[in-house]
Design a protein around this ligand. Sequence first.
Ligand code: NIG
Length: 407
Amino acid sequence: MSLVITNIGELMTQDLRNGADAAVLRDAAVVLEGERVSWLGPAASAPAADESFDAGGRALLPGWVDSHTHLIFAGDRTAEFEARMAGQSYSAGGIAVTMEATRSTGDFDLTRLAMGRVAEAVSQGTTYIETKTGYGLDVENEARSARIASTVVDEVTYLGAHLVPAGADPDEYTDLVCGPMLDAVRPYVRWADVFCERGAFSEEQSRRVLTSCRDAGLGLRVHGNQLGTGAGVRLATEFGAASVDHVNYLDDDDVASLAESWSGWDAVTGHGARGTVATALPACDLSTRQPLAPGRQLLDAGVQLALASNCNPGTSYTSSMAFCVTTAVLQMGLSVHEAVRAATYGGALALGRESGMDADGVRAVGSIAVGHRADLHLLNAPAATHLAYRPGIPLTAAVWRAGVRQS
Ligand code: NIG
C-alpha cells in the first residue's frame, strides 16, 4: 500500500546530504510505501500512489526520537515533586520509592502502564522510543522490566546501576549488576547505562559496570554530570559511549572531550567515526530546578546534541518532546531548526539509528529520506517555528509510525 502526502507547507527533512537548503523543502511531496519512505521531491513530479493525503499547507517533520525515558514503573511521586517545588533538592533516593511500587506490581499492570505511556508519547508525535530498566534493582525484577520493555518500545537499555538498594553493600551490588543481573537481562537489551553521580555509582563502580556491559556486547550510555561535576562525561568519551545524558554541570575539559569525540565524523554525510552524543533533558532540568544543560555551548563546540524527555516519575513526568523543543529554543538558545534536529536526528544518532538499515533490520529514523522508516509528524501549523512561537499549544495534527497512521 502506498500513500502520497501533498500540499506540505514546510518539509523539514533533517537530511543534510544535499546541503542545508535541501533539508527544508517547500512545495514538496512525500510517498510512503509500506513501512518506508519511497520518494520525496517537488510536488509537481510526485508519482501516483494508492492513496493521497492533503497536508493543507502544514509543516511535516520527522517523528520525534525520544532516546531517554524510564517508562517501566508503577506508583506516584507527587509528594516528592511538591516538596521539591517547596525548596527541597532532588536526590537519587526517590528511586527507591518507585522500586518498591514497581516490584509489587504484576506483569500485566506494569505492561499496561508502560503501553499507556508509549501511546501518550506517540499521540504527541514521538515515533521511536528508548526506555530503561532501573526500578527493579534485583535480578528477577530487572529481567522482568527488560522483558516487558522489549514488548513495548523500540530500544531497551539495562540500568541495573541506577541506585544501590537500601541495605545492599555497594560493591557487592555492583558485582551483581556486572554478573548475574547482566546475564538475566541480556536477551532483551541492546544498551547498558550507569547513573554515575554522587549518591548513586562512583567512578570506579561505573567503570566496572561499563566494562562488563561492553564485554557482554552491549552499546553504552551514561547518566552523567546531572547534579554536579564528576566523572560521567569523561567515562562516556573514554568508553566510546553512544551518549551521555543530562550534562548539566560541565567543565571545559568535558566539553572539549565531547567535541574531540566527533572530530572524525562528517556532519553532512554522516560518515566517519561517531562520537558521544550529549543528550540534554530540559523537562528534567526544569522539574528538578537544575541549571539547563549548556546546549548552545555544546553545539558551538561541535558536539552532536540530542533532546529527550527523560519521562520518569521522579524528575520528569512528561513525554512531551514538543515541550523539550520549545524549552531548548526559548531557554537554551537553540534555533528552531537546531532544536528539532536534536529531537529527531540527534536522538537517532544517540541510538545509532541515523542511517542505513541495521543488521537487525531496523531502518534509519530521525530524518525523512528515501529508504528510511516512514516516521512522520504533521503539525497543525505552517512552519516548525510555531513549536516555539506558540508554546504549550498542542500542535500534533497527524502521526505516521513505520508508515502506519497513529492519530
Ligand atoms: O534520569 N537520574 C537518574 N535517573 C532518572 C531519575 C530517576 C528517578 O528519580 O526516579 C533521571 O533523571
